[in-house]
Design a protein around this ligand. Structure first.
Ligand code: NAP
Ligand code: MG
Length: 478
């Protein structure tokens, strides 16, 4: 039986997008000195949303200088309990403006409004509340209490405002000032956040937002006035940054890619596991660094799980991200869609069996239907490389040892999922999986109190929790 849902689009009247944005430096929006402009588009419609500034070298230096001055003159002199008040205020304003932020995020990124409204924005507020609570207790966290000074932060497009929160909230709580570069394709919520900083009366220069592409990020990384670089993005760019910083005194944390195993044992409750698999790889169109992109299913339940999974995937609704019924939104950019196309073609060429959900692809914008590959071996590119799209590769195992071996057979180590009724087996698996986060009978759950980060090529450093504070405190030399 199929259902037709009446469209339930969220109104975009709640957002007010300017036709042009400058850079947010020293508490105000300013025009560029030596940069240019670029357009940001809605990936679901290809509509141009706004013209944004691409910061040049002089702009980046101006932002870093503003952050340095703010650090010296106001922020480092302020007691933690005063910094906490600003973080609380920002958190409250985010809650008050949550609908506007969710709509803006969905328009600029293409993710379903249901996700930006129910996941991204509540977590953004939660990160500011959580770190507001730490600001006057930093000295008790166990990492000293010396801030770096100016943090240069670079984030990707998959969770634009959430990644901003993961970066800015702990940096400010620990007493640093920041210059942040959002991703080229999703600058709008970072610019709305700049307005929130103004509304919260945050002292000028404590937060600076420089929009631009990779080159602006490079300028920020290499700026001599930056004391600490925090980067979330691809392993490839992470490597370049680490090379650029070798031999300097700058601090560095890297949150990079992943290729997580979601491991389903034969005693797992199948219906729950199916929801976990769907949430693991089709949440946010699979544009999730910790996505459960490799399903390892115990051989005895392979057919049962795959049949149930395909039945479930056939019910997912792909289309207008602003519609509250939509499960699968748009792919963020043409470039990303091409990357997904290439890897899916490689999967077909290497002999894996492709199945895609029967979705109607909208005429404009960039899309990819939920796709499952079976008959995948560990040598296949789709089992080794991060696809960063709604594509699941299915492998099988017979014993727990084999599951561990296959799960760890990857250059990445960000996350993993285990589905089993046996608590002892879950603990046994968790102690052997080389992954920063292991979820048990759930997937893609986030909480600001829980540290997140990787092993191996997934990077180093943690975000969130007490451990996340270490990234923004200069460790005492012993
Ligand atoms: P990306 O190309 O590495 O870009 C990330 C950010 O770095 C963007 O702001 C980008 O600017 C900028 N950038 C590009 N080249 C740079 C350079 N040479 N120097 C400094 N900055 C530079 O990654 P992406 O494709 O946007 O994002 C997807 C990747 O992020 C995936 O691999 C995913 O796994 C990873 N990710 C990891 C986590 C985590 O917590 N571990 C979370 C989310 C995503 P432009 O936007 O202009 O390219
Ligand atoms: Mg965009």
């Amino acid at each position: 039986m199929t259902f037709d849902y009446a469209p339930a689009p969220e109104s975009r009247a709640v957002v007010d997008i300017a036709s042009h944005y400058g850079l947010f430096i020293d508490g105000e929006f300013v025009e560029t000195i030596d940069g240019t402009t670029f357009k940001t588009v809605n990936p679901a419609t290809e509509e141009v949303l706004s013209e944004v500034t691409e910061a040049g070298a002089a702009d980046v230096e101006r932002a870093v200088k503003a952050a340095r001055t703010a650090y010296k003159q106001t922020w480092s002199k302020m007691p933690g309990r005063e910094r906490a008040k600003y973080l609380y205020r920002i958190a409250r304003i985010i809650q008050e403006r949550s609908r506007e932020l969710a709509v803006l995020e969905t328009l600029d990124n293409g993710k379903p409004i249901r996700e930006s409204r129910d996941v991204d924005i509540p977590l953004v507020a939660a990160h500011f509340f959580y770190h507001a609570g730490w600001a006057d207790k930093i000295a008790y966290a166990g990492y000293g209490d010396r801030a770096y000074g100016v943090a240069g932060q670079i984030i990707p497009w998959n969770f634009p405002l959430l990644m901003l929160a993961w970066k800015i909230a702990p940096a400010l709580a620990c007493g640093n000032t920041v210059v942040l570069k959002p991703a080229e394709t999703t600058p709008l919520t970072a610019l709305a956040f700049a307005d929130i900083c103004r509304q919260a009366d945050l002292p000028p220069g404590v937060v600076n937002i420089v929009t631009g592409a990779g080159q602006t990020g490079r300028l920020l990384v290499e700026s001599p006035g930056v004391d600490k670089v925090a980067f979330t993005g691809s392993t490839e760019v992470g490597r370049q940054i680490q090379r650029a910083l070798a031999g300097t005194r700058k601090g560095l944390t890297l949150e990079l890619g992943g290729k997580a195993a979601n491991i389903v044992f034969d005693d797992a409750p199948v219906d729950e596991a199916i929801e976990g698999i769907v949430n693991g790889i089709f949440f946010n169109q699979g544009h999730v660094c910790c996505a459960g992109s490799r399903l390892l299913v115990q051989e005895s339940v392979h057919d049962e799980v795959l049949d149930a999974l395909k039945r479930r995937l056939a019910t997912l609704r792909m289309g207008d991200p602003m519609d509250k019924n939509t499960d699968i939104g748009a792919i963020n950019s043409f470039e990303q869609q091409s990357r997904i196309d290439d890897l899916v073609r490689a999967g077909e060429d290497e002999g894996a069996d492709r199945w895609s959900a029967p979705c109607t692809i909208p005429e404009r914008g960039w899309w990819f239907p939920p796709t499952v590959f079976t008959g995948v071996t560990q040598a296949h590119r789709i089992a080794r490389e991060e696809i960063f799209g709604p594509v699941l590769s299915v492998l099988t195992f017979r014993t727990p040892d084999e599951a561990v071996e296959k799960a760890n057979n990857t250059p990445f180590g960000l996350s993993a999922g285990v589905w089993s009724e046996k608590g002892s087996r879950i603990l046994w698996m968790a102690s052997r999986l080389r992954a920063g986060v292991v979820w048990a009978n759930t997937f893609n759950r986030f909480d600001p109190a829980s540290p997140f980060g990787g092993y191996k090529e997934s990077g180093f450093g943690r975000e969130g929790g007490r451990q996340g504070l270490a990234a923004y405190l200069k460790q005492e030399v012993v």
